[in-house]
Design a protein around this ligand. Structure first.
Ligand code: CMC
Length: 360
């Protein structure tokens, strides 16, 4: 360890490692993107408008928004080589692994960094859909001329229902950005070596897979679908806590009392459950949330309600982590640009606790 080095808590818990102007939480615990509350953006704005705001730091005017939306739409398809790479993936490959592999091999065009990053982001919905369909021996879907959320929803479900796509859009907006979360930090470490945008996004895609981060939403559905009543939810919490196991969809490094994004989705879920005649599932989920809070004072995070919400929207569980990644790729774009605009290699020190003085 270098002389004068500072020792920080494990996992960099509560350690500020750099400045950012992209996102934070405000003094009421709400997540903000560039100064706007994420839940307000989800309520009032389109995905494209929010993605522009997150990427470029300000709201677009009409022509900027049109140009941005057109760019995403016209860069959403993949080329023949990418389709061939997807066809080489063995059956059983997880969609998130396929996305990471395909992005790492995507051709890099001579474009500014922001455009390269947005092109990668624009293609993730199509890669998710085609990848899933190719792996499962199905025909890929034709394109749909629509908004980002409508097209993405259609690519996942085959449905062009605009009401469902609007519910989906709100969730996408909430998933878009969360300052120095694990995948974004992985991206910034890679970007700080001056690796290219594609390599940096590949690092982020690797980090988002884990169940402590983006993989949690798929795990939530696995246990939720096994529960038929509030009593079963209480017993489930009991068993997990007795075995000292974590329950996915609960807890957060930043939100210790309440995740406002989860509460926003919970309110939307209540509406959706009524429309879909699935009020029972909503009641089981709120019973589980209450039990976890009463027993451990650990709040539900976004992934808990998001998983049930996506299920009611008819989205296959294979897509849950890819959806998070697709939306977060716009946050990653912003962080890549911020990192390289004032770069310093991210390279911490460590405290050596192994043996010394051995001879071979
Ligand atoms: N179930 C049961 N106990 C938990 C949970 C949970 N989900 N989360 C935290 N705890 C307990 C943990 O066991 C520990 O207890 P003790 O002090 O007795 O050892 C205490 O709470 C502190 O937990 P921690 O893991 O040290 O806290 P952290 O800030 O490092 O962890 C977390 C944050 C998200 C990794 C953790 O809460 C967790 O593993 N949650 C489950 C996975 C999950 O839902 N991840 C999605 C996060 S939201 C989406 C995203 O931003 O990625």
């Amino acid at each position: 360890m270098e002389q004068g080095a500072i020792e920080v808590p494990k996992g960099l818990d509560k350690v500020i490692v750099d400045k950012t102007s992209i996102a934070s939480t405000d003094n009421e615990g709400h997540l903000i993107y560039r100064g706007y509350r994420a839940v307000d953006l989800a309520e009032k704005c389109s995905f494209e408008k929010t993605a522009y705001l997150v990427t470029y730091g300000r709201m677009p005017d009409g022509s900027e928004l049109k140009e941005f939306s057109d760019f995403l739409a016209s860069n959403s398809e993949v080329d023949d080589n990418t389709e061939k790479i997807m066809q080489l993936m063995p059956r059983g490959t997880k969609v998130i692994d396929l996305i990471r592999s395909v992005v790492s091999l995507m051709p890099l065009r001579e474009r500014s960094d922001d455009k390269v990053l947005l092109e990668i982001a624009a293609k993730i919905p199509r890669i998710s859909s085609d990848g899933y369909r190719i792996i499962n021996g199905m025909q890929v879907l034709k394109d749909l001329n629509a908004t980002y959320a409508e097209r993405f929803y259609y690519l996942l479900t085959g449905s062009d229902d605009k009401e469902s796509a609007r519910y989906f859009e709100k969730l996408l907006i909430l998933y878009m950005e969360h300052e120095f979360n694990a995948s974004t930090f992985a991206l910034r470490v890679t970007a700080s070596t001056l690796a290219d945008p594609r390599a940096s996004v590949t690092s982020a895609l690797a980090a988002i897979k884990g169940p402590l981060h983006g993989g949690a939403n798929a795990e939530v559905l696995n246990y939720m679908l096994r529960m038929k009543s509030a009593d079963e939810a209480v017993k489930f919490v009991d068993d997990k806590l007795a075995k000292k196991e974590k329950i996915m969809g609960f807890g957060h490094r930043i939100y210790k009392k309440l995740d406002p994004r989860a509460q926003f989705v919970k309110a939307q879920l209540k509406e959706l459950a009524r429309i879909k005649n699935s009020e029972g599932l909503y009641e089981v989920s709120t019973a589980l949330e209450k039990e976890m809070w009463d027993r451990k004072q650990i709040p539900a995070n976004l992934d808990f309600y998001a998983a049930i919400y996506m299920y009611l929207l008819g989205i296959d569980e294979s897509f849950y982590t890819p959806i998070f990644a697709a939306s977060r790729s716009f946050g990653w774009a912003a962080h890549y640009l911020e990192q390289v605009s004032d770069n310093k290699l991210i390279r911490p020190d460590s405290k050596y606790v192994g043996p010394e003085g051995l001879s071979p």
